[in-house]
Design a protein around this ligand. Structure first.
Ligand SMILES: Nc1ncnc2c1ncn2[C@@H]1O[C@H](COP(=O)(O)OP(=O)(O)OP(=O)(O)O)[C@@H](O)[C@H]1O
Ligand SMILES: [Mg+2]
Length: 364
């Protein structure tokens, strides 16, 4: 598809997530092509590093609005952070006002109540006079309460909703195995193709090891070799305890199918927790009734990811987890990995993500 794009001179490119699955060289090639494109172009992408290289305007769909910003994606982000911090300050002031108004409303109510009690308890004084006074005060208090209610509602209406990153959960199991996984001198090949050779990887307790290399060099094949599904020829050692539970996010998950309930049951994961994770990842409840094979690519990706988050594991092998996910989901994953320091082997080409999570890099 990219070759077709590059061959069409004078056309106006409309690109829908062009960097998915592409390695660093491929991403650079598209960026160079687009930067030189005089006609302009429109692209959708969640790759911040790529966007920063190529765009000069961004149109971002936020929760309740479309935001057009001059500049690259980082410019949009800085602009958004400024907007959010102004909104947070305004919200704080409004909340203080609301609190103060509620206190005043309570004081007025007590004041009117006191007058009413005075009328009830005072047996000697002129009940007619006190009764009239109490009624007057009650009326005044009711009017005041109405005004305060309106003022409170007005301020509530001015409160801005600020998008918060909903934290994800994961069923990571504790382990004392050190290292969790050792790969020594691993060489993989198919009869018609030599893949990677002499690969050595060690994953310790808090390691997030990035496996990087160009498309077709054998990154996914290494993951398959670890879990015992590589169908070619392999030599070298892959060592881990037989008690070690491994969870994967596969690059190709097109074999996931059926209802979410049957999928959860065959994956031996808690159904409610699985749905909860899908909601946190932004899947609409209405999609819960759609068979997995009929879901969009992004929804199917969320199913694959939520399964890995829900299944108890000591070690995670995630193969291009960001494909089809938006920057909000990226943020969720970054927060989760940074907070939990998950033992993980990860294949990913997104530079912004890599910078934030990788503690070791293995080039193949
Ligand atoms: N049965 C097979 N026989 C021969 N070659 C195969 C076979 N299965 C896969 N390949 C090739 O092996 C190569 C390595 O595949 P693999 O998916 O491991 O690479 P990768 O580094 O993960 O690539 P990508 O970055 O595109 O995901 C690919 O070029 C693929 O076409
Ligand atoms: Mg791969």
């Amino acid at each position: 598809m990219l070759a077709t794009l590059f061959a069409q001179d004078g056309s106006f490119p409309l690109l829908d997530e062009p960097t998915n699955h592409l390695d660093q060289d491929g991403r650079k090639q598209i960026a160079q092509y687009l930067k030189a494109k005089k006609t302009g172009f429109i692209t959708t992408s969640h790759d911040r590093d790529f966007l920063d290289k190529v765009i000069d305007h961004s149109l971002v769909i936020e929760q309740h609005q479309l935001v057009l910003t001059h500049g690259n994606y980082s410019d949009y982000f800085i602009h958004k952070e400024q907007r959010d911090s102004t909104a947070i300050k305004k919200n704080e002031n409004l909340l203080k006002d609301i609190h103060h108004l509620k206190q005043t409303r309570q004081a007025k109510f007590q004041w009117a109540q006191q007058a009413e009690n005075e009328k009830k308890n005072n047996s000697h004084a002129d009940k007619g006079f006190i009764g009239a006074k109490a009624a007057k005060m009650m009326k005044k208090a009711t009017i005041m309460k109405g005004r305060l209610d309106t003022a409170i509602e007005e301020r509530k209406g001015l409160l801005k909703e600020i998008e918060k990153v909903v934290p994800l959960t994961i069923n990571v199991l504790p382990t004392n195995h050190q290292p969790l996984l050792s790969i020594n001198d691993l060489t993989l090949s198919y009869p018609t193709k030599q893949l990677c050779s002499n690969i050595t990887i060690t994953i310790e307790k808090n390691d997030q090891v990035l496996l990087c290399g160009n498309n077709g060099t054998g990154k996914s094949s290494i993951i398959n070799a670890i879990i015992g599904t590589f169908s070619g020829k392999q030599s070298g050692e892959i060592l881990f305890s037989s008690a070690l539970k491994i969870s994967t996010v596969r690059q190709d998950y097109s074999d996931n199918h059926g209802s979410l309930r049957s999928f959860a049951s065959s994956s031996k994961i808690n159904y409610d927790q699985f749905l909860n994770l899908l909601r946190k990842l932004g899947m609409e409840r209405a999609t819960f009734n759609v068979p997995i094979e009929e879901m969009s690519m992004e929804q199917q990706k969320k199913v694959e990811l939520a399964r890995s988050l829900a299944e108890p594991a000591h070690l995670y092998l995630w193969d291009e987890p960001l494909n089809y996910l938006d920057t909000y989901n990226q943020q969720q994953l970054i927060q989760l990995i940074q907070e939990k320091r998950l033992p993980m082997l990860i294949v990913e080409h997104d530079q912004n993500f890599i910078k934030q999570i990788a503690t070791k890099k293995i080039e193949i």
